[in-house]
Design a protein around this ligand. Structure first.
Ligand code: UDP
Ligand code: MG
Length: 339
């Protein structure tokens, strides 16, 4: 039985040695075979050199290296695309996800759960602001989305090979991998863990990156924001009719002169704000359609270890049927051009 561990790496040269030591220690303590797939997401430090060395020293360490930084979600996807294990674990490189939890996850998987996510029992290492926003985010996304996205989890989770195959078929550009995994709908369960402090270095997720990810998550898994315009429009229409009636009645019955500069200005600004908000939301969806319609690969590999099959470049055609479809589409468009 082989378990693949996918680890996205972006400037983590100070964590990698400690991480691999820990992983090997865990592997030696149990009967499971592991392969480790590190994905270097355009690091500018010594990470790639370390990964090359790891791959030479350990037959079960493999790496993929991108031509530039394509982002955490793309790196995770590339790792999933290259796994060959019966189950796959995704974890961060900074030791915030303790490798000791992995055997526990494997146990749950062997008991018949296709997805085992690691849920934070405690999260002492993060700032109060990050904890609060993360708490709120998971409540909102769970409310908006049909997928059963488990709250208070990171990317740390195990999936059965079959689930991985299904996730691989999803090739959207704006990705939120942990929600995609939940979206597949397979039976999931949790193991609890205490999130550790980052072993070394800084977080790679600044506020803007987190906001981006939250948008990708919400817009990727819900069309509710598209309908906010309709709801707001109806409310405003209803209010303005009611106000119109009140104003006319006041004038006819009491002859009150119509005053209210402040009301007018507030109303104009409020409506302006609502309109911009709704247009902005439309823009977010349209930009996603635009990016998706460019059909660019999700990532570009510059180098990978010899142990991995050659050729894959994060293109759409990962599953054979998708490759065939893409081929067919390409040859038919060539055919049309010839005619
Ligand atoms: N990461 C990545 N590409 C990026 C940003 C992050 O591959 O553009 C990796 C990073 O090396 C780490 C994981 O994603 O293994 C999670 O990042 P980080 O620990 O900085 O995020 P946090 O835990 O603070 O949310
Ligand atoms: Mg981290």
């Amino acid at each position: 039985m082989l378990v693949s561990v996918v680890i996205p790496v972006f400037n983590e040269d100070r964590c990698l040695e400690a991480l691999l030591d820990k992983l090997i220690e865990v592997a030696n303590a149990g009967p499971i075979d592991y392969e480790y797939i590190f994905v270097n997401d355009g690091s500018t430090d010594g990470s790639l050199a370390i990964l090359r060395r790891f791959a030479q020293e350990h037959h079960n360490v493999k790496y993929i290296s991108f031509s530039r930084n394509f982002g955490h979600e793309a790196a995770t996807t590339a790792g999933l695309d290259h796994t060959s294990g019966d189950a796959v674990v995704i974890m961060d490189a900074d030791l915030q996800h303790p490798p000791e939890v992995v055997p526990e996850m494997i146990q749950k998987w062997q008991q018949g759960h296709q997805i085992v996510y690691a849920q934070r029992r405690s999260r002492t290492s993060e700032t109060a602001f990050k904890r609060a926003t993360s708490w709120l985010f998971y409540r909102i996304i769970r409310w908006l989305s049909d997928a059963d996205i488990p709250p208070d989890t990171g990317d740390f989770r195990l999936m059965d090979k079959y689930v991985v195959d299904q996730v691989r078929r999803c090739r959207e550009r704006s990705r939120f991998v942990r929600a995609l995994i939940a979206w597949t709908g397979f039976r999931q369960t949790a193991v609890l863990y205490d999130e550790q402090k980052r072993f070394a270095g800084e977080t790679k997720y600044g506020v803007f990156k987190l906001i981006r990810l939250a948008f990708d998550a919400v817009l990727g898994f819900s069309d509710f924001p598209l309908r906010i315009g309709v709801v707001l429009g109806l409310v405003v229409c209803f209010l303005s009719v009611a106000m119109g009636i009140i104003v006319v009645v006041q004038k006819l019955v009491w002859g009150i002169p119509i005053s209210g500069y402040a009301t007018l200005v507030t109303g104009i600004f409020f409506l302006g704000g609502v309109q911009l908000l709704v247009i902005g939301l439309l823009g977010e969806y349209i930009s996603r359609i635009y990016v998706q319609s460019q059909f660019r690969p999700l990532y570009i590999i510059a180098e990978k270890s010899d142990a991995l099959p050659k050729g894959e470049q994060g293109w759409y055609g990962l599953s054979p049927s998708l490759t065939e479809n893409a081929e067919r589409a390409r040859s038919s468009s060539r055919g049309e051009a010839d005619n």
